[in-house]
Design a protein around this ligand. Sequence first.
Ligand code: FAD
Length: 317
Amino acid sequence: MKVTEHLKRSPDRPIVSFEVLPPLKGGTMDSIFETLNPLMEFKPPFVDVTYHREEFVYKQKESGYYEKTSIRKRPGTVGICTAIMHHYGVDAIPHLICGGFSVEDTENALIDLHFLGFDNVLALRGDARQFDKKFIPEPHGHAYAIDLIQQIVQMNNGIYLDDEIENGAHSDFCIGIAGYPEKHFEAPNMEQDIYWTKKKVEAGADYIVTQMFFDTQYYIDFVNKCRSEGIDIPIIPGIKPLTKRYQLSSIPRHFFVSMPDDLVKEVNANPDKSIVEIGQAWCIQQCKDLIEFGVPGLHFYTMGDSKIIYKICKAIF
Ligand code: FAD
């Protein structure tokens, strides 16, 4: 079922959903099931699975020279989604990115997803690869998420790259996109970022899932700005509890989000207090504030660790 339909079915209570990462290559589905098993108690209507493109690593050879090698550390997004759908009977949402895909690769991926019975995709650009200064699209690939959305919409209309196909099968994907309460790091300002978000909605996006944020006011301001610009699709907040002290600096570095002063002060003032306890209490308060604001859902980034998320959900639902 489409995410938008799940949301319509629960107008009075926010739905809860989770995002999981494929295990590192060589891992098994067990780690995914271990993460999700306890969380199923909260009856998520859908689970997202991230997509990870190849990365370049430099490996030293016997000669002493370094060789640039391309590896994919976390393959298996579509297989994991299929396993989740069959194992739990819930919808699974594969993330689909522009990076590393030509438009033909994208079309083939969409055909597979359609045949496998997926109703939703989260359409993203993807980040620049390590060692690349900026995002470089694949030759004959998409440069921005909006181009990917347009291709999905074309397939929803039965239009394929091969213009000799007549009466092509129509897919009917519900299209999710990313939103950034603290703006995307490449955007010169929030106005410009919301401008492109609106363009993505006009191109056919059905719902937004936000980047994580630790100051709830950023989400509220983002929603209000989107609404005043005429963006009227559901905006689901992405939630990540703080679980390690080093995340105070690593999360801002990797995700371009800020840490509120009060949270930083609390962590620093309590060197002996468990960071998990502090992160959990902070996140529970965030969730309560978001529910009071009237969010359509809460989408938790598990990052392979469901214990704290279980406790947070237990405290809220
Ligand atoms: P876009 O919407 O293309 O925007 C990128 C930047 O370009 C923005 O600054 C925007 O303002 C600007 N822009 C947009 N369109 C245009 C245009 N037509 N012309 C000029 N400027 C434009 N990454 C992964 O690799 N795999 C994942 O599974 C994954 N999952 C994610 C899930 C969520 C909920 C979120 C929030 C992010 C996820 N990401 C993932 C990260 C995401 O790929 C990066 O944040 C990426 O840098 C931007 O993706 P986007 O889809 O927002 O890009």
